[in-house]
Design a protein. Structure first.
Length: 325
């Protein structure tokens, strides 16, 4: 994993703060054909962290809200506090003390990068609190370690867009190489989170370890087509390229009404429809907000008719990433 360059790191920046409040956005990872390499940030939902300096050294969580009691409070087990501990060790300032309040405004286990948003909010907050002694991009390996704690695998397709904003491509993991992609001006996203349980670890374990070469070639072509479509603002090419022949056929089994939801979205005029991350959330691209809202409404109505509650979100692509609020 990439580390901060071997240079003399400043212990803290020049403009110290006593307290910061930070929002970090949810993300859609994989983006259908780009398993573990593509992702983009949403305007909503997201998580918030309040962080303040304390006289006593160490990292403590003093409040967690919105998690229904599911998240650990122990500093070494919670992705937010553990990532802050790693940050302080990296800059050589384990003498610093902070306390953390975490506000979950997005569902856990939704496939929308819940752990990533919390981790990114915490890392961005501590870096702001201490005057930004390292760059935002240098926070990325630390955020990936948070993902490893959360789900057992240090992937970047959620934390990269949440931290850097916009649409990101992980070209390589060793060495880590993350690239910003352009976002067409009229690209909107409709997200539906059905209230069903699809654990990330379980969804990852279902994936085939070997694939047919012809399927791999088709997938590579789709990834290249999607990236080209983003650069050229070619919505038709984006639509043609958003097909997953490797992962979706397996993971779709875990999501009730998946193919009916896709039929509804595509019949309404969506550019695409697929699984967000490991699910159960699904998303579609459209070229205007009104159509995205219509698709969300139709799918929500369909799920409710089948006894499945859901959350819906409509968003443009968030180009800002985390921010102080």
């Amino acid at each position: 994993m990439e580390s901060v360059e071997s240079k003399a790191l400043p212990h803290v920046g020049k403009q110290l703060k006593e307290e910061v409040r930070v929002f970090a956005p949810a993300t859609v990872a994989n983006v259908i054909c780009g398993y573990d390499i593509l992702g983009f940030a949403l305007d909503e939902p997201g998580d918030e962290v309040i962080m303040r300096r304390t006289k006593e050294a160490g990292v403590k969580i003093v409040n967690i809200q919105g998690d229904d009691g599911r998240l650990p409070w122990a500093a070494e087990k919670n992705t937010v506090s553990a990532s802050v501990q790693n940050y302080l060790e990296l800059i050589g300032r384990n003498d610093i003390g902070v306390e953390i309040e975490l506000f979950k405004h997005m569902p856990i286990g939704s496939g929308l990068g819940s752990s990533a948003a919390s981790t990114v909010a915490g890392l961005y907050a501590i870096n702001q609190l201490l005057g930004q002694p390292i760059s935002q991009r240098e926070l990325l390996p630390l955020a990936m370690k948070g993902e490893e704690l959360a789900c057992g695998y240090p992937h970047a397709d959620n934390v990269a867009p949440s931290l850097l904003g916009g649409f990101t491509l992980v070209r390589s993991y060793e060495p880590l190489d993350v690239i910003h992609l352009p976002v067409p001006a009229n690209l909107y996203c409709s997200v539906i989170f059905p209230h069903v349980d699809v654990p990330t670890r379980a969804a990852r374990e279902m994936i085939r370890k070997k694939v047919l070469l012809k399927d791999a070639v088709q997938q590579w072509g789709n990834i290249a087509g999607l990236v080209s479509g983003l650069f050229m603002e070619d919505y038709d090419l984006i639509s043609r390229s958003m097909e997953d022949v490797l992962i979706e056929p397996t993971r779709a089994i875990l999501i009730p009404e998946f193919y009916e939801m896709r039929k509804i979205a595509m019949s309404a005029g969506a550019l695409s429809f697929g699984i967000s991350g490991s699910g159960p959330s699904v998303f579609s691209f459209t070229t205007n907000r009104e159509l995205a809202q219509e698709i969300s409404h139709k799918i929500s109505k369909h799920l409710n008719a089948h006894g499945i509650e859901c959350n819906t979100y409509v968003s443009s692509i968030n180009s800002d990433g985390p921010k102080e609020i």
